[in-house]
Design a protein. Sequence first.
Length: 276
Amino acid sequence: MTRREALLALAGLPLSAARSVRYSFWVFGLLRPRELTLAGLGAARLHCRTESKDWILEPGCSQLLDRRLTPLQISGPENSSVDFTLEVPGVLMRRYHGTLCLEAQSNTLCPIVTIARESAVSSIVGAELPLLRARRDALLAQAIVARSFLVGTIVPRHEQAFFCDTTHCQFLRSPALPASAFARALSETGSCVLCDSEAPFAASYSAACGGCTEGGERDGHIYTPVECAICREHHLTRRGHGWGLCQEGAMGLAQRGYSWRQILRYYFPEASLRYI
């Protein structure tokens, strides 16, 4: 099956099936942790499995993880998704809804979190745009671009996992809280993605394009270079690779009254929208 055939097949899935697709993320890789602290959220009971034993981490309890416990699998009952926190002690903590696989690479730990597509999109939108500056339509545009990147990527970008949680793939924080603007952006965009000849593509974005986005082929999609009025008027220098959506531009256009559809048409004039 070709890349396009695979993407078109995914686009033909029933809505419930498409939304239930899960992606693996290699998290905390830049921190190279030697220890991690694991805990369930709320009433969650964490089912823990190594090659030699199984146990349950009860609500209110935490466990220090190191390489002696690897390989380790964490989930809810019957390998279901579960709410948990993972912390590099004293450095950084994130909450997730999904499953966790912990492996060791030399003296460092390699945590792989597998989460549902829409949970990943909400985490990415919350990490990528500042809520105080980003109006509703900028958030909606970002949600669609992030979802498109996930859906349109069909080859793992790392040996350990499909994606990582850095700007190399998708900056990932904790999932959006149910009543937050980020969660509303997720629900309002439903299952919308950017497409090239009906097939979703891995849409790119960066912080600021510096006045003109890049043009040419990237990840199988041909981008049209776009002059960015926001970056030009505010004399913004390029931050990032400059392909696809300019986040500074999207926020500026939303402040001027552009809808999310107009923002996407502005930065992706060659693309169409489709609900999968």
